[in-house]
Design a protein. Structure first.
Length: 193
C-alpha cells in the first residue's frame, strides 16, 4: 500500500485523450489513489503549448500555463508515472516537445563549474514507465536493443534525477484480444504499487 504522504503524478503521454494509453494512465491513477497516495493526473491531449524548442538553450521561451502546471507537478511529486505509445521507435512528437520545453538547464539539471556531468535537479524522485507498442516487446529488445527505452531511462529521466524503478513495454496493441488488454491494465495498476 502506498504511504499516505506519497505524491504521485501520472502523465498520460498520448496526444489522443480517447486512447488506450489514456485509459491505462487513468487505471494507474485510480489504483494509486486507492492505495492512499495523493494523485495528479495530467493528459497530454488536454495540454496546450508550442512543442518546438525554437531557440534551443540559447534563448528561454516563456512557459505556457500547461507547461508550468506540468513542471509544478513534477516538482511536487515523489513518483512520476508515465504512460505513452511508441511511435516510430520513440515518443510521440508532442510528448517529446513537452520534455524539450520543460526539462531545461537551470530547471531540470544544472552544470556546475567545469563539470561535464550535471547536477540532477529532480533528484529524490522516482519514475515508472509503461509503453504501448505494435512491435512485439521481445523484438524491441532483440532487433532494436530497446533504443527508446535506453534513451528515456538514461538520457532523459536519469539525467534529471528521476530514478526509473519500473519500465515495461506492452503489446502488440493492434491485434490484442480483450484478455490480453486486461494484462495491459494489470501492468498499469502495478505501476501504482
Amino acid at each position: 500500500m502506498a504511504a499516505p504522504s506519497s505524491r504521485v503524478l501520472v502523465l498520460d503521454g498520448h496526444p489522443d485523450g480517447t486512447s488506450l494509453c489514456s485509459a491505462l494512465a487513468s487505471a494507474a491513477a485510480q489504483t494509486a489513489r486507492a492505495r492512499g497516495a495523493e494523485v495528479k493526473l495530467l493528459h497530454l491531449s488536454a495540454m496546450q503549448f508550442d512543442p518546438n524548442l525554437a531557440h534551443g538553450y540559447r534563448h528561454r521561451q516563456d512557459h505556457e500555463p500547461d507547461l508550468q502546471l506540468f513542471l509544478d507537478a513534477v516538482r511536487w511529486c515523489d513518483t512520476l508515472i508515465l504512460v505513452h505509445p511508441l511511435w516510430w521507435g520513440a515518443a510521440p512528437a508532442k510528448l517529446k516537445g513537452l520534455i524539450d520545453r520543460v526539462f531545461l538547464p537551470g530547471i531540470a539539471f544544472a552544470y556546475e563549474g567545469d563539470g561535464h556531468f550535471p547536477k540532477k535537479l529532480f533528484e529524490g524522485r522516482t519514475a515508472r514507465v509503461l509503453i504501448t507498442a505494435d512491435t512485439p516487446p521481445w523484438y524491441l529488445w532483440l532487433g532494436y536493443r530497446n533504443g527508446w527505452l535506453n534513451v528515456l531511462r538514461r538520457q532523459i529521466l536519469d539525467f534529471v534525477g528521476l530514478k526509473v524503478t519500473h519500465m515495461k513495454v506492452v503489446g502488440t496493441i493492434r491485434d490484442a484480444t480483450p484478455a490480453r488488454i486486461e494484462t495491459f491494465f494489470a501492468a498499469a495498476r502495478k505501476l501504482a504499487g
